[in-house]
Design a protein around this ligand. Sequence first.
Ligand code: TYD
Length: 207
Amino acid sequence: MAGLFITLEGGDGSGKSTQSDILVRWLEKAGYTVIVSREPGGTELGLELREIVLHRRGDIAPRAEALIYAADRAHNIATKVRPALLRGEIVVQDRYLDSSVAYQGAGRVLGGDEVREISLWATEGMLPDLTVLLDLHEAAGKDRLADSRTRYDRLEAEANDFHGRVRAGYLELAAAEPGRFLVLDARDTVETIAGAIRARVESLLTT
Ligand code: TYD
């Protein structure tokens, strides 16, 4: 087997980590070796970059921000994801290049295409086998976050219209690559969403 690279995408508070946990537990129970990663911050270097990009006080120029995410991504793919895939393992990752296109592109300073090109250069063209998009109407996402946390990080604190653009960006990406994306309504129950993800992963594992 050539390994399987699965990414989860969605707005802040769409339930990605819950679904990731369920998927990983199921795969491990079925006997697969699973590597879990996330961006930003899937590696040791990535944790330092994550601290800078999410929590640094003061301004980060948009191109610098895009390059920090890309640097984190380059290191994560080169040192963690690609080696695991070459060993035939399954990688389940919270966020990947689609996050950059949706978030950095949604800031309107940078074009989605150029952001994507930077990531493809950084990762030597690595694309996931499956990207699960947990699509969440922006107001619902804010409600969930307010329930679970009292403080937003730098990006979460952005205005709702930013999140609307992020959502639109994601849906555009999914429409452009329907074979790679599985789009699910994040307002469905945890079990319904988990079942849909499992069905798609099962079909990938048997082909
Ligand atoms: P994090 O707390 O890891 O994730 P989540 O919101 O999924 O619980 O926050 C990561 C933040 O970084 C999130 O607001 C999206 C943003 N981000 C980008 O803007 N560009 C990127 O390329 C990535 C990977 C994340």
